[in-house]
Design a protein around this ligand. Structure first.
Ligand code: HEM
Length: 499
């Protein structure tokens, strides 16, 4: 009896396995058919591009993981396939000024669904990851006062206090390397220090106080936030990993304590954190979780981006002594009657904001080294459309090639890859619509004014106090994950005090 039962169960079990196998096979076949159909016969098949990349997102995800996606696009895909190229089953990259304008400004296409994967909690969007037009408009309206010209004066104080740490650190390095002789040259890792300085500034502006990274070299919070960013990038590329990856409780605890302390404290700093907390009573104001989420976003969006441009601009100046000299002369003359505080002169933004050569140098830095090389997660079409003769079906993801627009010879001339700030002194001759380091349209960077202020003050302080000379032969390979940076995370310059 038992034997018969086992035998019968065995038959049923085997049949079930066979049916399951057949179902999996049919599903696989359908999936393969869909993949091949979408790749080579679907509505995007007229757009040129590397054929293997049409089959699956996997190819581009692999390049994204090791930071090389941008190089593949700039030096292989765009030269070979032109201004509208297909780089994945449903993704194209555009490298044409008119098309970019249409996508970002005229049609204002919404962000792609990939931004949802970058959220901590899929239900809660931040300003950066918002897709719904109305939600974004409302959130932007609420957050804009924190970045307004009026509020920048409060934020400027935070920048100043962090820059004194930066200057003290560089001074200390010069003095230490030269056995207390102030007139000698030292090798200073300017790239690294500028990166730490930008994090300290965001710490001051959005987390209640500087992380003191320049001074002490370490603080767990920024490290954890960047691990968190990596987690989100991974889950955006491989959504099935989401259930296995959770946010580090340290981050939430840190912010919870900070928010609680701030709510209880009498004296309120006028920083970004406070501005966000004060929205609680407004319509559409932020909950405590959203304040935490938004501040973390400022840290991710506002530190590496600003520090990359600042550092690369200083590195370019160190390779171009005549331009460095011209800039420091302009800054020095503008500050002739400014008093140094504790022997450190950190210029006020008011004195710097209209200096033509300083602005030209920064624009050139932003042009050659835009931290958002292309708007990777992209925009998404909401209906079929024709762009400059190309049929683009609904739900296509469109990546915007900022790097190409900034460097194309056809827009900027034969010297487009060279660092020539002078070109900005006659802006009427420039293709300014091809200059979009902060993106364009309603989804442009909310931190634009803050970033410009930081760039001006940091660069002016440094060129006023030090002479820099490049040390050739260092690894200058750029990697791009969400923002870009040097692979080596360091670049040394020969640095000495100005006489
Ligand atoms: C040189 C420095 C910076 C550059 C080049 C830059 C660039 C950009 C770009 C290209 C975007 C559009 C991204 C997209 O569409 O996916 C953006 C958006 C954004 N940036 Fe920046 N950024 C900089 C500094 C900052 C700073 C300092 C902050 C904040 C403290 C910040 C916060 C944001 C936020 C919150 C958004 C989303 C805005 C929205 O969707 O309304 N950025 N930035």
């Amino acid at each position: 009896m038992l034997f018969q039962y086992i035998l019968q169960f065995n038959y049923v079990f085997k049949d079930a396995i066979r049916i399951l196998g057949l179902l999996i096979f049919v599903y696989g076949l359908m999936h393969l058919y869909n993949m091949i159909y979408c790749a080579y016969f679907g509505p995007l098949n007229k757009i040129p591009g590397p054929k293997t990349a049409f089959l699956s997102e996997f190819f581009i995800s692999l390049k994204q993981i090791n930071g090389q996606r941008w190089k593949w696009l700039q030096y292989y895909v765009v030269p070979k396939y032109g201004p509208v190229a297909r780089i994945a089953p449903k993704t194209i990259i555009i490298s044409d000024r008119d098309i970019v304008k249409q996508v970002l400004v005229t049609n204002e296409l919404p962000k792609s669904s990939r931004y949802e994967q970058l959220r901590d909690d899929k239900q809660y969007s931040t300003l950066f990851t918002a897709r719904d037009r109305e939600f974004h408009k409302n959130r932007r309206r609420i957050l804009s006062p924190a970045f307004s010209i009026k509020h920048l004066t409060f934020l400027e104080g935070f920048i100043h206090s962090c820059i004194s740490d930066l200057v003290n650190k560089i001074d200390e390095t010069i003095i230490m390397q030269n056995n207390n002789n102030n007139n000698e040259v030292a090798n200073v890792d300017v790239y690294k220090l500028i990166q730490l300085n930008a994090l300290d500034i965001i710490g001051e502006a959005a987390f209640g106080g500087s992380f003191k990274l320049v001074k002490n070299g370490d603080h767990p919070l920024p490290k954890k936030v960047f691990i968190e960013l990596r987690r989100r990038v991974w889950q955006s590329m491989f959504p099935f990993l989401r259930p296995f990856m959770s946010v580090d409780p340290y981050l939430i605890n840190f912010m919870n304590v900070l928010i609680k302390q701030r709510r209880q404290s009498e004296s309120k700093r006028k920083d970004l954190l406070q501005m966000l907390l004060d929205t609680k009573h407004l319509e559409g104001g932020l909950s405590d979780f959203e304040v935490y989420d938004q501040c973390s976003e400022f840290l991710m969006a506002g530190s590496d981006s600003t520090s990359f441009t600042t550092a690369m601009t200083i590195i370019e100046l160190s390779k171009n002594p005549d331009k460095l000299k011209r800039l420091s002369k302009e800054v020095k003359e503008a500050l002739i009657d400014e008093e140094a505080d504790d022997n450190i002169l950190i210029p006020s933004h008011n004195k710097l904001k209209n200096l033509p050569y300083l602005n030209a140098v920064i624009s050139e830095g932003l042009r050659l080294y835009p931290s958002a090389i292309d708007l990777g997660p992209g925009k998404q079409t909401t209906e079929d459309m024709v762009i400059k003769g190309h049929f683009i079906p609904k739900d296509t993801i469109i990546s915007v090639n900022i790097f190409y627009l900034h460097r194309a010879k056809k827009y900027w001339g034969e010297d487009s890859n060279e660092f020539i700030p002078e070109r900005w002194l006659t802006p009427e001759k420039l293709p300014t619509d091809c200059f979009i380091p902060f993106s364009a349209g309603t989804r442009n960077c909310i931190g634009l004014n803050f970033a410009w202020m930081e760039l001006r003050i940091v660069i002016a302080t440094l060129v006023l106090r030090y002479e820099f000379k490049d040390i050739p032969g260092q690894d200058n390979e750029i990697l791009q994950f969400i923002t870009s940076g040097l692979r080596s995370k360091s670049h040394y310059l020969k640095t000495k005090f100005k006489v």
